[in-house]
Design a protein around this ligand. Sequence first.
Ligand code: TPP
Ligand code: SF4
Ligand code: MG
Length: 351
Amino acid sequence: MTYLTKPKFHHPSLPKNALGYTRRDYEGAISTLCAGCGHDSISAAIIEACFELAIEPHRMAKLSGIGCSSKTPTYFLGNSHGFNSVHGRMPSVLTGANLANRELIYLGVSGDGDSASIGFGQFAHAIRRAVRMVYIVENNGVYGLTKGQFSATADRGSKSKRGNVNSDSPIDLVAVALQLGATFVARSFSGDKEQLVPLIKAAIEHEGAAFIDVISPCIAFNNHPGSTKSFDYVRAHNEAVNRLDFVSPRDPITVSYPPGAMELVEQPDGSILALRKLDADYDVHDRLAAMNFLQTHAARGQIVTGLLFLDRAPEDLHDHLDTVATPLNRLGEDELCPGSQALAKINAALR
Ligand SMILES: Cc1ncc(C[n+]2csc(CCOP(=O)(O)OP(=O)(O)O)c2C)c(N)n1
Ligand code: SF4
Ligand SMILES: [Mg+2]
């Protein structure tokens, strides 16, 4: 059975957000993933982020491809829009939906197989086109759903459960996203909810292409010694450059930090990203330095996590194409059909 509904009753004293919703209102069906799968922790972090941001569920559209990771939207935001597409094709479906209606919040959930193998081209083009979205890759280094083949993000020299050694070079989706112009780039770990929840909140508020690579161990096929995507390996090699606190316009800043150790970045909607620097020299606004830092640390076997790059003035696809602000389903025939005179003018210009 792949779909189990949850009972609807709530305990009356469950905490409520500004809309009067409880966390339960942001949940989905009961997960059928393996107990302990990292992907379930990411679903929990998405639920927490949407609850804390008090997002109206009908404003959210969750899209995915194929894989254990791409199954997860069934397990969160049960009252939101959802589209489970073909393997690797989530980015183009999301792009089309976004072009048709920019008023929704788009959350793309994918796997390392879905985005770095069959969907690599789709991933690249959605990022370079600056589609406003939160793009999460639940990265376990294997094709979990089809029983543990190496994916394109598996490190060279890492071992499969049966001891085979991967001889191919890995694709680092964070490095690719940086190179292609993503305006919000982060890496996190499914086992670090404190780091992940504020990153998801900040990505939702970001007005451009936001990409989060979340290392998410597959306990069935890639959690053994020799894997570089196991819980133990990631814990031992995690190099966090900063920690993020997301402060919504409603909340006062209550935490104080030593001078120089914190940077406050105000967002266009009035929310504030309070960045606690763990590496004093890391500049989150320097794309080239971020690329260099990542490669240097990857060569040492370290996994760099945190908010890795942030463009303070992001643009998105709608700015580039100068599209109409009104969702297409709210335009009337007059606005949708330019008429024969306008058409004749366009045709004449093309002769
Ligand atoms: C067109 C197509 N090719 C291949 C498959 C088989 N297939 C299903 S899921 C998958 C890989 C999933 O890996 P990933 O995206 O990393 O997700 P995970 O299960 O690891 O979370 C593959 C190859 C498919 N469903 N469709
Ligand atoms: S096979 Fe791996 S990725 Fe799929 S549900 Fe099980 S632990 Fe998760
Ligand atoms: Mg995978």
